[in-house]
Design a protein around this ligand. Sequence first.
Ligand code: ATP
Length: 377
Amino acid sequence: MISVRGLTAKYRLGRDTVTALDGIDLHIEPGQVFVLLGPSGCGKTTLLRCLAGLERPTSGQIEIEGAPLSDAETGLFIPPEDRPLAMVFQSYAMWPHMTVFDNVAFPLKAGRRRVPPHEVSDRVTEVLTLLGIDHLADRSVTTLSGGQQQRVGLARALALRPRVLLMDEPLSNLDFRLQVELRGQLRTLMHDLDLTTVHVTHNQAEALEMGDRIAVMDAGHVVQIGDPESIYHRPVDEHVARFVGDMNLIPGSVARWSDGTAQVLTASGTFLAMTADDTALSEGSRCFLGIRPADLVVPAPESASPETCMTVEIVNRRFQGDRMVFGLKAGDTTLEVSTHHSVRLGIGSTIQIQIPPDSAIAVIPTPENRAHGVTTV
Ligand code: ATP
């Protein structure tokens, strides 16, 4: 459906050139909600703007449904209004002097994608009803709440009946409860409409909940593409492990590996762990033993085999309502374990915890050379 090959985008900043995207390859299937996830400045918005035609890539190609939209080699560049897509922005980008109805109708009346006048009203009413805001049609947009304005922004994009919807942090200006409510609604809506969606966010919970597939980005690169479960349980490197959910990372090195499991040598013993990618490992190379705070078993059951157990000191505890989080110390390493809120462990006591091999993962360090290239001329 959407195919991106070797996409590079550079910006000039005075005498400097910033490489915002560095050779991106992506394939997005029809009807998928595809999430671009990564920290601020990793290139998410630049990639979305290249898809929209608001930015001209320095090299590489973009195709939608087999039709080339941009090809830096041949100089082909289809302008935004001729691409079969619509975009929803973080700032709602409303025309403040217009009503809800007129904001949604405007792109249908003016410009390259206008439709016959008799169709305008039907299309606007259809999308306002779909999004449950038809009762607001005659209100001025300035009198709406943030959540209502964001629905108007979405209605305006959907009224164009795009084949691809691009969303740039559409929920980030909303309060937390509304964000959570809209995540589920948006995902259901996109699937009901069978709409291919590219959704940009830096919020990992939003990405995990909304995405059929997630591309985790770092410094202009796509580091890992996968479904939410594999991104969460099998991070390919430290960047993904740290960015997507909390993970304890115990420094160590690779002792041995085969067929998706590795032995990781740490200061507190050698532990068995899963691997995300055997080809990235080499004997003796630096690696972390990664385990999620909720996957540590505290205290270790009596039946646990000794080689899965680690001796730790309980150093602190934080009550978080539905759970209790304990800080643990193993040598120089600090760990966290998340338990049921009723669990009580004595601060200062030393206990055995278990690291179940099927919940642990050997995590390779973030490559040192992966940083935004800035060249000065
Ligand atoms: P955020 O989550 O903060 O929006 P992002 O992941 O969307 O970040 P981009 O906005 O794509 O990141 O920026 C990628 C890199 O390109 C950053 O280093 C940024 O400073 C740089 N950049 C983006 N736009 C421009 C511009 N117009 N001129 C120069 N540099 C730019």
